[in-house]
Design a protein around this ligand. Sequence first.
Ligand code: TRP
Length: 333
Amino acid sequence: MQKEIVVSGIRSTGNLHLGNYFGAIRNFIKMQHEYKCFFFIADYHSLTTHPVPADLHNNVKQVLVEYLACGLDPEISTLYVQSDLPETAELYLLLNMNAYVGELERCTSFKDKIRQQPDNINAGLLTYPTLMAADILIHRALKVPVGKDQEQHLEMARQFGNRFNRLYQIELFPEPYAFNYGTNLVKIPGLDGSGKMGKSEGEGNAIFLADSPEAIRKKVMRAVTDSGPTQENQTKPEVIENIFTLMKAVSTDETVRYFDEQYNGMKIRYGDLKKQLAEDMILFTAPFREKILELSKDELFIQKIARQGAEKARESGAATVREARKAIGIRSF
Ligand code: TRP
C-alpha cells in the first residue's frame, strides 16, 4: 500500500533546543517509518524578514546538520532545502494568481507581522500562506505535522488547492490537514520561569542541543526558583514544577523520585537539584552535540545529503508542477 504523504517545513533560523526535540522532532523521527515524509528547510520563507545574505547559508547548514544529528534519516525521508526545489517558486506564482489580497490580508500571521516589522511590509509577507501552500501541495501531501499556530495557513492551503481544482476542473491537489502524530508531545518549560522553552523568550531560557557543558551549567544554575517549600507535601508552585518537568525529561526515575521526596520532606536544596539537572542535561545532549560537531565538519557529506534530498524532492515536485502547467494551458512550443 502507498504510504500517506507528510510534508513539513522547518524554519531555517534558530538552533534546536530541548523543547523542539521533545516537541516535534522526536515525532518526526518516528513518523518517517510510517509515512512518506518530505521535510524541508524553509529558506525562501526566511526572506520575508530579510536576513543577512552572509548568514543564510550557514543557518540552513546548521539546521540540516541538527536534524540529521537528531536521527532524521535521509535514506528514508526526503530532507531538502526549499530553494533546491525551485518548482516551489513556480507553483507559488501560479497559486498567487488565484489568491485574493483580501483573504491574505485577513490572515492572523500577516497582521502580527505588520505589527512586528512595520518598516518592511513586503509582498512576501502577504503571500507567505501561498508559498506555504505551494510547499505542501507540490508533493500532494495529506498530512502536515504542525501546531495550532499554523492551522489558518493549512486552511488556506486547502482553499488554494480546492480553488485550483475547481477552476481548472482537475483533481490535482488533495486536502492537507494538520496532524498530531502520537500523543506523547511533551511540553518543555523554559528556565526563566516562563511556561515554554523557546529561543525568543530571552537569553538563558533554552538549552540548545549544541550547547557546551559549561553553557548548560551556567543556564541551569540561573534557572528561576522560589524560596522553598513551607509545608510538607505541598503542591509545587509553577516555577518548581517546571524544574521537575525538565528533570523528568532528562533524568532517571530514581533521581526524580529522590528530589521529589526531598521536596515533600522540605529538605530540598535547590542548588543540588540544579546541579543534578545540569549534569543530566549534559549527558542527555552530549550525543547530539557530538554528532552536530562531527557532521558540521563533513562538508562532503552535507553536500551529498542536500543534493540527494533535492533530487528526490524534484522527482515529486516537478511532476506536480508539470500537471499544474498543463491544467492552466501553459504549453511549450
Ligand atoms: N510556517 C511554518 C512555521 O512557521 C513553516 C513552514 C513553511 C511550513 N512551509 C511549510 C510548515 C509547509 C509545514 C508545511 O513553522
